[in-house]
Design a protein around this ligand. Structure first.
Ligand SMILES: C[S@@+](CC[C@H](N)C(=O)[O-])C[C@H]1O[C@@H](n2cnc3c(N)ncnc32)[C@H](O)[C@@H]1O
Length: 228
């Protein structure tokens, strides 16, 4: 059985570069990235052509782990910036034998910009991205037009993109940012979100906020003009 010590990034900081390991793609910080896109059907990744769903900001992987078990006919990719959390997902893959789940450790925008296959995913999810609740920090929020433009390039036309948050200001910002591009079509009628989405699944943060009786908001948009 694998343990934490089985995943150690095998090079010095000064020699850092992206590295494809078993069930783990590592994208270092502070590296001069060049476009070098993966192929999902690569034997070292999924080794099949099943449709791919991606989740950015996966945290400990609770949500995507369950989804991958429920839908073994799909491939699932978890992406998180934090090495410790990405490694937790990596361990989960082996411990729970989730062969259709793969983990990327790195910045979601960098992954989309340089490494994710273009038009290679059928659906995307961002669940409870860091809310940066102070107004002066809101500029750090991930879900803004530059990120959404990149996301659009890696999703097939007609793909669904889902977002979940408990933060009202971030909810409204996401909807405003999605409206800035004609590329994104809302799935839900005005006000463009649901606060009850039973079948969506629960992440660590979804459960935490539910316990604290906070309202959760779910937003879904289609990439392009038609829905697949
Ligand atoms: C509030 S947690 C939510 C985790 C999980 N989705 C959940 O609902 O339990 C936000 C996560 O986003 C990750 N994150 C923040 N910025 C990121 C980025 N630019 N790219 C990828 N992951 C990021 C953090 O490391 C953290 O694990």
């Amino acid at each position: 059985m694998k343990t934490k010590t089985d995943l150690v990034i095998p090079f010095e900081w000064k020699d850092r570069h992206p590295i494809l390991l078993e069930k783990f793609f590592y994208i270092p910080k502070g590296f001069d990235h060049q476009e070098d896109r993966l192929e999902w059907n690569d034997e070292r990744i999924f080794g099949n052509s099943n449709p791919v769903c991606i989740e950015l900001c996966s945290g400990n992987g609770q949500w995507i782990g369950e989804k991958a078990k429920q839908r073994p006919d799909l491939n699932w990719v978890a992406i998180d910036l934090d090495f410790g959390r990405a490694r937790k997902i990596w361990l989960k893959i082996f411990r729970e034998k989730i062969s259709n789940l793969y983990v990327v450790c790195g910045d979601g925008s960098v992954f989309l910009r340089y490494y994710a296959p273009l038009k290679g995913a059928k659906e995307s999810f961002v669940n409870f991205p860091d809310p940066w609740p102070k107004q002066r920090h809101a500029k750090h929020r991930l879900i803004q037009k530059p990120f959404l433009d990149l996301l659009s390039t890696v999703l097939v036309d007609g793909a669904l993109a889902s977002f979940a948050t408990d933060d009202v200001s971030y909810r409204d910002q996401m909807i405003r940012e999605l409206a800035r591009s004609a590329q994104w079509q809302p799935v839900f009628y005005d006000p463009y979100y649901l606060s009850d989405f039973e079948s969506y699944g629960d992440s660590y943060f979804a459960n935490l906020w539910k316990q604290k009786k906070r309202t959760l908001y779910y937003i879904q948009y289609v990439n392009g003009s038609r829905r697949i």
